[in-house]
Design a protein around this ligand. Structure first.
Ligand SMILES: Cc1cc2nc3c(=O)[nH]c(=O)nc-3n(C[C@H](O)[C@H](O)[C@H](O)COP(=O)(O)OP(=O)(O)OC[C@H]3O[C@@H](n4cnc5c(N)ncnc54)[C@H](O)[C@@H]3O)c2cc1C
Length: 453
């Protein structure tokens, strides 16, 4: 009998397993896929170069992720300079993106202006989640663009400039393109804009050279044969201090406790005995997965850089609305783009070559004609992935996180829940996955310690 059985070898499962086994606990990790990492995945292009199909950007406030990356000695890179192309209502314009944007760029007055605005935004986010009736009564006002709110609420030019950069980095979208309501929802489900400011080094996001899956691979190596791949869990029988887990094919594992790290929407794919309380399924249903196809278009050079462009665009229409330059050197030009939202489910039904064509056309509209044809294209439709069923992460309807958060994350007897969607901070992000795993393991270790006394 194991001390703890962990279901899922994504970041949350690997972190939980590493902590518990370092504490001397006998554990096993059951993973449905034939690889570890879950929503963190490297794949090789035709020429052997690596691109990241899942989680990739680590932000300044993501302290636990930075610590894990540093502990493995992995190197990070930050986005380059250049103009970003913004398109609104059919009109394109260029915005100069300067990196880095350190807080010392701001005068004390501008800095306090920014601080006040962030405080106001956080208070509003709390109001919207705590008071859905107020939110419903003010839905028109909440529907204004974040830019409009920013222009009214920040008095200084520096404060506004910095606020726009923060939003771009933290939410991945320009304030002109998103609504105040959307921004408040993201803030209330864990995006911590303040931490981007307090961390010296400005608002830069980083990615790991060679891909973040090196981290999950390394964590898995440390766990060795405690991880069982291609072992989907189908049934969990649970009682106080005793769980029995059955997998496809009939293998059974017994343990004193269980950490379940599958995304909440996959709860219904497991047969629980006794069944989970109805509100858990209710909540999981009310938290639909996001819907994103992540795509990479590869050229033999980053030609947009010669035009002073950063490779980043933000569009408020069409299939491909956000792109970034993720080229590692001057010999290859790699553009990352997302097919997002309602459209993504439609594009998932198209052929890969048609999706490539749509990506190419969007790029040409934004950056002008490419000098040569792309040399490679890959994409991943996360909605079609049996053991994920959507991404980046779940979307909470206004008010739902306040109600759902405390419910869905609560342990049920000896069964603990961890993963990006269970995190109270950085919900939906890799940092949230790691933090929620730490919360689950410290609860398990506390119980173990108190039963020793
Ligand atoms: C396209 C995309 C881009 C993203 N970009 C970013 C980013 O830039 N920055 C960021 O911070 N986050 C990003 N994210 C989110 C981030 O990847 C996730 O929040 C994080 O990786 C989730 O980790 P997790 O361990 O909670 O869940 P998962 O990684 O989903 O792990 C759950 C594991 O459970 C396994 N599993 C499922 N069902 C079963 C079963 N029945 N039996 C056994 N195992 C099972 C799955 O195979 C999986 O390995 C992105 C996600 C996607 C998809």
């Amino acid at each position: 009998m194991y001390d703890t059985i962990i279901v899922g070898a994504g970041l949350a499962g690997l972190q939980a397993a590493t902590t518990l086994s370092a504490a001397g606990k006998d554990i096993v990790v059951l993973e449905a896929r034939d690889r570890v990492g879950g929503r963190v995945e490297n794949i090789a292009l035709k020429d052997g170069r690596i691109v990241e199909m899942g989680g990739q950007w680590v932000s300044p406030g993501h302290e636990k992720m930075h610590a894990l990356i540093d502990a493995q000695g992995l190197q990070t890179v930050e986005p380059g300079d250049g103009d970003m192309v913004l398109r609104l209502g059919g009109k394109a314009k260029k915005i100069h993106v300067e990196q880095p944007a350190a807080q010392d760029d701001l005068s004390p007055f501008e800095f306090s202006d920014l601080g006040q605005a962030l405080l106001r935004l956080r208070r509003l986010a709390r109001k919207v989640t705590d008071n859905p009736t107020w939110a419903a009564a003010n839905d028109r006002w909440l529907g204004q663009s974040l830019q409009q709110w920013q222009d009214v609420n920040l008095r200084t030019e520096g404060g506004r400039r910095y606020f726009a950069r923060l939003v771009e980095k933290a939410l991945g979208i320009h304030p002109e393109i998103t609504t105040l309501e959307n921004a408040l929802q993201r803030v209330s489900t864990g995006v911590d804009l303040e931490s981007y400011v307090v961390t010296s080094g400005g608002v830069r996001q980083a990615r790991v050279v060679g891909g973040l899956a090196q981290l999950t691979d390394e964590m898995a190596r440390g766990l060795g044969d405690r991880i069982r791949l291609s072992t989907p869990v189908t049934r969990v029988e649970h009682a106080e201090g005793h769980v029995i887990v059955t997998c496809e094919g009939g293998d059974r594992f017994e343990g004193s406790s269980l950490v379940l790290t599958t995304p909440p929407r996959l709860l219904k794919t497991i047969d629980f005995e006794p069944d989970l309380p109805a509100e858990r399924y209710d909540m999981a249903d009310k938290i639909p997965a996001g819907n994103v196809i992540k795509a990479f278009l590869v050229y033999d050079e980053p030609w947009w850089r010669d035009r002073g462009l950063s490779g980043q665009m933000s569009w408020n229409e069409g299939a491909m609305r956000i792109t970034f330059d993720t080229s590692d050197d001057e010999h290859h030009g790699i553009l990352l783009g997302f097919f997002e939202g309602g459209e993504a489910s439609g594009y998932g039904k198209l052929s890969v070559s048609l999706r490539q064509r749509i990506f190419e056309e969007a790029i040409e509209r934004a950056f002008g004609p490419a000098p040569r044809k792309p040399v490679d294209y890959v994409d991943r439709d996360w909605l079609a992935e049996k053991y994920t069923q959507g991404c980046h992460a779940a979307h909470f309807a206004p008010g739902l996180w306040t109600a759902a958060g405390p419910v869905i994350g609560q342990p049920l007897g000896s069964m603990y829940f961890a993963g990006a969607e269970y995190a109270s901070t950085f919900n939906g992000y890799m940092e949230g996955a790691v933090r929620s795993a730490d919360a689950a393991t410290s609860a398990i270790l506390d119980v173990a310690k108190s039963s020793e006394h």
